[in-house]
Design a protein around this ligand. Structure first.
Ligand code: NAP
Length: 499
């Protein structure tokens, strides 16, 4: 039998081997290089505060070198046969899958999520490469007579051109492949700027993509500690044709303003404030299982995390009691340890923000039913927490919690539930638990949301168009819609061939 200590030693050995072999430079034009000026920055393990390694810190000059490479590679990549682009993406899917354990360990180390969840992200992230390997050969246009019958309309698609991709730390692999997959399938080259806190996964991905046959210059990766200063020149350069961003609404708004300078195509996957509605006719056990997934996956650090639990007053007591029973079973600890289901938050700032939101809720009348205290252990841990009765003024009703905190509010009828659910600037995802199909479908029409989980707490899927309405974003990722974001539509008007 393997003991926890033996397992700890195994993980430590694997960690050393993995970090020892990892390229930590900038990946530009198919080569690894140091940053101009040679600056590097430290990447930390949020479970311990230990420095894992250092990474080259790209400057604005490096960013432009990366764009030079993407621009040079653009024409040949766009001309590469769709089948060949698809085959390369398929090999990339297989290569990421073959190294899923390495990707998982890196994500756990740099971001904190439990290994089992990181393994799940490795599968989910790889799937975008497979999905878009299949989409690469499905791009088509149309040919039809004009309304007056005297000319013909030919519509074709072509790649947008070099893209700047900016990704967050919470899903270090999947947020990158959800952009790189469709961009490459469409025939676009990319410069990826991963989050400062989690650059290692993106660097391993660059290596794996190159091994899978992605030509030099098609994918360039530039970690940096100066996000705005480094990506700013890219957004002002006329060779850049598109910006795809995943991150907070606050940064997204300012990037939209920057992108306006060149009228760039933009895809914006921004923040959320998901309502989780439990109606009186819900299967309460299913709602509790859904709540655990929608809240505690990724430690609550997900744009899709349930942020406001709105529960009908007739089932609130049963829902709360059953949820508390499950929450008591959450095991917090470093993500590499066996049986851990809740890792640390990503950094001190994030942990402090969660603690602040809970204190604010308590000041607004919330009762703490479980958790709510910052532990004294090293690392940025916050316990699984359940609150009830915070009044409408509490900040956590308006802001993303991004932590393992459930806040329960009751409602009396459907109208009140819908009013509360829609009372937010965000509109990414909503969750609805009801046994009534009519009500479920009605919710899909009245809730201001880009996605709806009907009796389900997790609905992210490469075959589905992911994205939000209102201030949760613009555009969709995944599904067939995902590749359209990287294609331009070209119309050719043809004189009547019968004339
Ligand atoms: P963030 O602070 O907005 O950062 C996201 C990315 O933007 C990071 O790479 C960051 O670099 C970079 N960035 C920050 N300021 C920038 C600037 N002025 N110019 C250019 N780039 C800049 O968000 P985060 O804290 O990493 O991620 C959490 C947020 O992402 C949450 O709001 C969450 O809801 C959202 N999210 C949305 C989706 C979705 O699909 N809708 C998915 C996942 C996450 P640094 O790392 O150097 O700061």
């Amino acid at each position: 039998m393997t003991t926890t200590t033996q397992r700890g030693e195994d993980v430590r050995d694997r960690q050393e081997a993995l970090l020892g072999a990892l390229h930590t430079g900038l990946f530009i034009d198919g080569e690894w290089r140091e940053a101009a000026g040679g600056r590097r920055f430290e990447v930390e393990d949020p479970a311990t505060g230990e420095v894992l390694t250092t990474v080259a810190d790209a400057t604005p000059e490096d960013a432009l070198t990366a764009l030079d490479a993407a621009d040079r590679a653009q024409a040949a990549w766009a001309r590469t046969a769709p089948r060949e682009r698809g085959e390369i993406l398929r090999r990339a899917f297989e290569a990421v899958t073959a190294r899923a354990d390495d990707f998982a360990l890196l994500m756990t180390l740099e971001m904190g999520k439990p290994l089992t969840e990181a393994r799940g992200e490795a599968t989910y992230g790889a799937e975008f490469l497979r999905w878009f390997s299949e989409e690469a050969v499905r791009v088509s246009g149309r040919y039809n007579p004009a309304t007056d019958g005297r000319s013909r309309v030919l519509v074709t698609k072509r790649p947008v051109g070099p893209c700047v991709l900016i990704t967050p730390w919470n899903f270090p692999l999947a947020m990158a492949t959800r952009k790189i997959g469709p961009a490459l399938a469409a025939g676009c080259t990319v410069v990826l700027k991963p989050a400062r806190l989690t650059p290692l996964t993106a660097l391993l991905l660059a290596d794996v993509l190159a091994e899978a046959g992605v030509p030099a210059g098609v994918v360039n990766v530039i970690p940096t500690t100066e996000a705005g200063a480094t990506t700013g020149p890219l957004l002002r350069d006329p060779r850049t044709r598109k910006l795809s961003f995943t991150g907070s609404t606050e940064v997204g708004r300012s990037l939209l303003a920057d992108a306006a300078g060149q009228v760039l195509r933009t895809s914006m996957e921004l923040g959320g404030n998901a309502p989780f509605l439990v109606f009186e006719d819900a299967d309460v056990d299913a709602a509790v299982a859904g709540a655990m997934a929608a809240k505690f996956r990724n430690g609550g650090e997900a744009c899709t995390a349930a942020n406001r639990f709105l529960v009908h007053e007739d089932v609130a007591e049963e829902f709360t009691a059953k949820l508390l029973e499950k929450v008591r079973g959450v095991k917090a600890g470093p993500g590499v340890e066996d049986g851990v289901t809740l890792g640390p938050l990503v950094e001190r700032k994030q942990r402090d923000k969660v603690a602040e939101l809970v204190d604010d809720a308590v000041a607004h009348g919330a009762r703490v039913l479980h958790g709510g205290e910052v532990p004294q252990a090293p690392g940025w841990f916050y316990p699984a927490t359940v609150l009830t009765g915070a009044d409408a003024g509490a900040r956590l009703h308006r802001e993303e919690i991004f932590g393992p905190v459930v806040s329960i509010t009751t409602f009396r009828d459907e109208d009140e539930a819908v009013r509360l659910a829609n009372d937010t600037e965000y509109g990414l995802i909503s969750f609805v638990f009801t046994r009534s199909l009519d009500r479920g479908l009605r919710m899909a029409e009245v809730l201001e949301t880009g996605m709806l989980g009907l009796n389900s707490g997790v609905i992210s899927n490469p075959a589905a168009p992911f994205g939000g309405v209102k201030q949760s974003g613009v555009g969709r990722e995944g599904a067939h819609e995902g590749i359209e974001e990287y294609l331009e539509t070209v119309y050719v008007g043809i004189a009547d061939p019968m004339a």
